[in-house]
Design a protein around this ligand. Structure first.
Ligand code: ATP
Ligand code: MG
Length: 359
């Protein structure tokens, strides 16, 4: 008898700006890969959680949104942010409302794709093969703090950074395991413990303890300021990178830019306990300057779809999409941000053709 097909239920949240455009391109590509492989299918549920919903109803998500998400195996997310909503409202209203409670590991890969160019003179396709692990649940983005003396000259705003031994230990273990699974077995961890003498020193201490559990992984340490220099001047010395919520946010934007464009980089927000479905999204934002013009680069979304399929255990489909995407880039089917002249639809068609034609 034929094997039973796996069916994955995926929550599709395009949200704002170019988000819905790149996500619908990503959905087509996942369907194409599923058909080609033939052993699974993806059942997407479109959710209208967005800034439009917020402006209409006062809320980005329904009250029972956690329950709704739990009915899915993964979340495929576009971008949030609108010109007429303050960024901290939209970010906390949707992205952080979903990720913060459960998905403590944020993983951002980079690699220079074939047919694309890095602003770094000596780097070529295949280089900058990095995996940045970002602590995704606490730290500088814990959301604690307050304002007093509002509007007065001596107004004070505090933003309290919270690090916990539990939070550091679990992200460190995740990062070491990831480093261990990669050929170079090299983890560079980043803090700022020379200037921040409490939480950052706790990071250093806990990471050194966890490192003992992974004797086969080479560990090295960088201060975040020096790290930006090393990424730019000595990029081949890096592989897996672990940093706090704020530091990794900044370093991963730098990594994406060094790898050619913010439009190609993927993100995985992982709940390793699988209590919640994990969330996969391109690194870029809503980019209203190009919204509705068919110009958005869908490659970051395709790569995010690969990360999602890997997480679901569909490695063959993930690799099929990645290969097809790299071939399309190598053949020059690229959007403007990569120096090409193709639109979103053309790149999507090119990738689907290459999926269909693959042997
Ligand atoms: P947000 O506020 O949600 O971060 P943003 O408008 O700041 O959104 P970013 O995604 O951070 O936009 O990107 C900055 C610029 O990079 C955009 O304005 C856009 O011109 C370009 N850009 C971003 N993503 C893409 C993409 N997928 N394809 C092409 N260009 C992009
Ligand atoms: Mg932005």
């Amino acid at each position: 008898p034929p094997e039973r097909k796996s069916v994955y239920r995926i929550a599709q949240i395009g949200a704002d700006g170019i988000g819905p455009e790149v996500i619908s391109a990503g959905v087509q590509v996942v369907h194409a890969a599923a058909e080609k492989i033939g052993t699974f299918s993806a059942d997407f549920t479109e959710l209208d959680w967005s800034s439009d919903r917020y402006k209409r109803t006062g809320s980005y998500v329904p009250d029972d949104y956690i329950e709704v998400l739990k009915q899915h195996d993964a979340i495929f997310f576009g971008a949030v942010g609108a010109p007429d909503v303050p960024d901290h409202i939209s970010l906390w209203g949707l992205r952080l409302a979903i990720c913060q409670p459960y998905m403590y590991a944020n993983v951002r890969r980079t690699r220079i794709l074939p047919g694309t160019e890095s602003p770094l003179r000596n780097c070529k396709p295949g280089d900058l093969d990095w995996c940045i692990v970002r602590e995704n649940s606490e730290g500088e983005y814990a959301g604690h703090g307050g304002r007093s003396h509002r509007g007065l000259e001596h107004e004070i705003g505090t933003e309290v950074t919270i690090f916990t031994r539990t939070g550091i230990k679990r992200i460190a273990r995740y990062a070491f395991q990831l480093a261990q699974s990669r050929p170079r077995k090299l983890l560079t961890y980043v803090t700022k413990s020379n200037a921040m003498r409490n939480g950052m020193v706790l990071w250093d201490e806990v990471i050194k303890e966890v490192a003992k559990e992974f004797p086969d992984v080479t560990t090295d340490f960088m201060l975040v300021d020096a790290m930006t220099v090393r990424m730019t001047l000595n990029p081949r010395s890096l592989d897996t990178i672990l940093a706090t919520n704020l530091h990794a946010d900044i370093l991963s934007d730098l990594a994406a830019a060094l790898a050619g464009s913010i439009g190609i980089a993927p993100t995985a927000n992982i709940d390793p306990s699988r209590t919640m479905p994990s969330m996969f999204e391109p690194i870029h934002g809503s980019a209203f300057d190009i919204t509705g013009k068919g110009l958005a680069n869908p490659v970051g979304t395709f790569w995010s779809a690969c990360e999602m399929l890997h997480w679901l255990g569909e490695h063959e489909a993930a690799e099929l999409i990645m290969r097809a995407t790299e071939q399309a880039c190598a053949d020059g089917v690229k959007t403007r941000d990569l120096g090409g002249d193709a639109g979103t639809a053309e790149v999507t068609r090119a990738v689907i053709e290459r999926i269909n034609c693959s042997s």
